[in-house]
Design a protein around this ligand. Sequence first.
Ligand SMILES: Cc1cc2nc3c(=O)[nH]c(=O)nc-3n(C[C@H](O)[C@H](O)[C@H](O)COP(=O)(O)O)c2cc1C
Length: 313
Amino acid sequence: MKNKKDLSVQLAPKRQKGLLLANPVMTASGTFGYGTETADDHLFDIQQLGAIICKGTTLEPREGNPQPRMVETASGLLNSIGLQNIGVEALIREKAPVWATWRVPVIVNIAGKTIDDYVKLAERLDGVKGVSGLEVNISCPNVKAGGAEFGANPESAVAVTRAVRKASSLPVIVKLTPNTGNIAKIAAAVAEAGADAVSLINTLQGMAIDTRRRRPVLGNITGGLSGPAVKPVALYMVYQAAGAVDIPVIGCGGIATAQDAIEFIMAGATAVQVGTAGFTNTRAPLDILEGIKEFMKEEGIKDIKEIIGAARS
Ligand SMILES: Cc1cc2nc3c(=O)[nH]c(=O)nc-3n(C[C@H](O)[C@H](O)[C@H](O)COP(=O)(O)O)c2cc1C
């Protein structure tokens, strides 16, 4: 077709099979369940999205942190879910067979307390039908052991990345934490260690206090901040990371409109993830995709790849 736009993006160009998405709009882990909830409720056609990233998955099921686990702040959301999830075996048994019938690829977000946990998860998920890639969460601020501890310094980030890379033939995306001193250095280190792509940012650590009770609002005291408040921080970190690596960067953090998504793409992101925005507008990921198409039409852009990194000098 003459006016057909190309929105496809490749997230794992260094792997033989690659990870080709029909478009750059994905859901962010922990904000879209397993995708099955939205599909079952027919809230919108999720098959139109670029990819779905499922809730952070651990070896064993987890109940998560004590309540309350979510609190709204002036322009963002604080959460301390603490990786509540069904565990990898239930995921393989109940979710993956459904995903295998979908057109949209599903990427499993994995989290562990030790490197061995990540290796076991990667091995277990290797070759499972319906699983198109791994997103390695070395950035969860809401669990005591593991999580962000791995992502905060280059040495441990490299060790996890290497171990997962060795344990799996799937494309490996490493999800970075903003709670670190030098995002470019960490991004470069995990790229060197064999990551196919990096995604960023996870939430920024924060807290809220109930002044009447004179206690922290969250049962876990601290939580992760997401939503519009974090967007400028995330955008700059994506800009920095994209300047430091030659693998795809996936932008995330406060993306609520097509304009936001395009900013991340122009900063150097090959794809974007939509999280908190989906809590106020269920259709946010699809609306953002439609808005990107509209922008391309207005600006005469034939291929989304024309504008990846366009704002970089
Ligand atoms: C309720 C909630 C749960 C989350 N759970 C996870 C998770 O399990 N694994 C993960 O890597 N990130 C998790 N995140 C972080 C998001 O995927 C995303 O990185 C972050 O919220 C920033 O994007 P946003 O501002 O668009 O939400 C969670 C975020 C929220 C709000």
